[in-house]
Design a protein around this ligand. Structure first.
Ligand code: BGC
Length: 385
């Protein structure tokens, strides 16, 4: 038996995103797409809008001292340029509830859903979209800067442009490389602008981005090595090379590895995704090049039966420890997700939660994997054979 100790002050918790858990959000592009029958209906989701106190009670009981949420833009700015103070009040209550339970919050300004007035006008394809996004972020930060000091501008820019403009299975459902490119450029501008403006006003806040990096590997064949380097450079580094100077930290979301050429077999999760925690170690080591503190802002698995989740969590934590030993400046780990939620185009079918949510009664049930994770959180260590 060996105990892998984490640095003092290491943060442990789980993440959620507003649209996926809150419920009752009808004025955003995803709700609009559901009304048009293009994606599943989200409806009351996990009703976290009303049940957040209970959910954070559970997080506290599970040994967490860290949590990630996002703010719903469509709630804050339901009409262009018109901000809703009641929506801010709600998030003040949520953040106070988080602090009251001894959790440190990390807040994302934008996690995939756009107000319909913004998406109807062209979303991030509008020339002035970075400024419109900045106006929203500055309103939020003006009201909430005392409630949270760790912020992320954008969640997974590459996943969002890829699903929206290449796979076209997410809003705005446009298979269009020119729009893909335009949106990506505007996201880069939006991040840089928001970072600079926030830092002018509140230099002490820690602002970064949540990036969706993939562990690309190849066999020995030279053309596969070239292909690997090309996709790695574009998917993992194009956005970060243009934004890292405007980041106090990098948030890493890790779900995928991709094998180019000869493929090794890996156990699959309910999404059909390979389970390869060691890929996260490699991604974390690769991110050292930006010389920024890293928060693992999401890593997790869909596992209704909770059969492989306990071991996978332990593997992810081990990979984190190995990356730290290899010099990665990792500050915290957020499992995705705290509770079962709306898994985008797949609706409620896939369950990532440490806590199961009954679809009919909204009743919460703590899974065994949450208790396995609790041990790690409370001891700030992982015991291995
Ligand atoms: C997203 C989450 C999503 C999770 C699992 C990440 O891409 O940030 O919103 O639920 O992966 O697919």
């Amino acid at each position: 038996m060996k105990e892998l100790k984490f640095p003092e002050g290491f943060l442990w918790g789980a993440a959620t995103a507003s649209y996926q858990v809150e419920g009752g959000i009808e004025n955003c592009d995803w709700a609009q797409a559901a009304r048009e029958g293009k994606v599943p209906v989200c409806g009351e989701a996990a009703d976290q809008y009303n049940r957040y106190e209970h959910d954070f009670d559970l997080a506290k009981d599970l040994g967490h001292n860290f949590t990630r949420i996002s703010i719903e833009w469509a709630r804050i700015e339901p009409e262009e340029g018109k901000f809703d103070p009641d929506a801010i009040e709600h998030y003040k209550k949520v953040l106070s509830a988080i602090h009251k339970r001894g959790l440190k919050p990390m807040v994302t300004f934008w996690h995939f859903t756009l107000p319909t007035w913004f998406s109807d006008k062209g979303g991030f394809n509008q020339k002035n979209s970075p400024e419109i996004f900045m106006r929203y972020c500055l309103y939020v930060i003006g009201s909430l800067h005392e409630y949270c000091d760790l912020w992320d501008t954008i969640n997974e820019p590459m996943v969002w442009v890829n699903n929206g403009y290449t796979r076209a299975n997410w809003p705005p459902f446009k298979r269009n490389p020119i729009k893909f490119w335009g949106a990506l450029q505007n996201l880069i501008k939006a991040h840089n602008l928001v970072y600079q403006e926030i830092k002018k006003l509140y230099p002490a806040l820690n602002v970064g981005v949540v990036k969706d990096n993939i562990n690309f590997v190849s066999d020995w064949k030279p053309w596969n090595k070239i292909a690997r380097a090309a996709v790695d450079s574009f998917w993992n580094h194009y956005f970060l090379k243009r934004t890292h100077k405007n980041c106090d930290h990098i948030g890493l979301n890790y779900y995928f590895h991709s094998q180019i050429g000869k493929k090794k077999y890996f156990q699959k999760n309910d999404m059909g995704w390979d389970l390869n925690a060691d890929g996260m170690r490699q991604v974390l080591i690769d991110l050292k090049r930006y010389k920024k503190p890293i928060y693992i802002s999401e890593a997790g698995t869909a596992d209704h039966a909770d059969a492989h989740r306990p071991e996978y969590i332990r593997d992810l934590v081990k990979a984190t420890h190995e990356a730290i030993s290899a010099g990665s400046d990792v500050k915290g780990f957020l499992y995705w997700s705290l509770i079962d939620n709306y898994e985008w185009a797949l609706g409620f079918e896939k369950e990532f939660g440490l806590i199961h949510v009954d679809r009919k009664t909204q009743e919460r049930t703590v899974r065994n994997s949450a208790l396995v994770y609790k041990k790690i959180c409370e001891s700030n260590s992982l015991t291995i054979e």
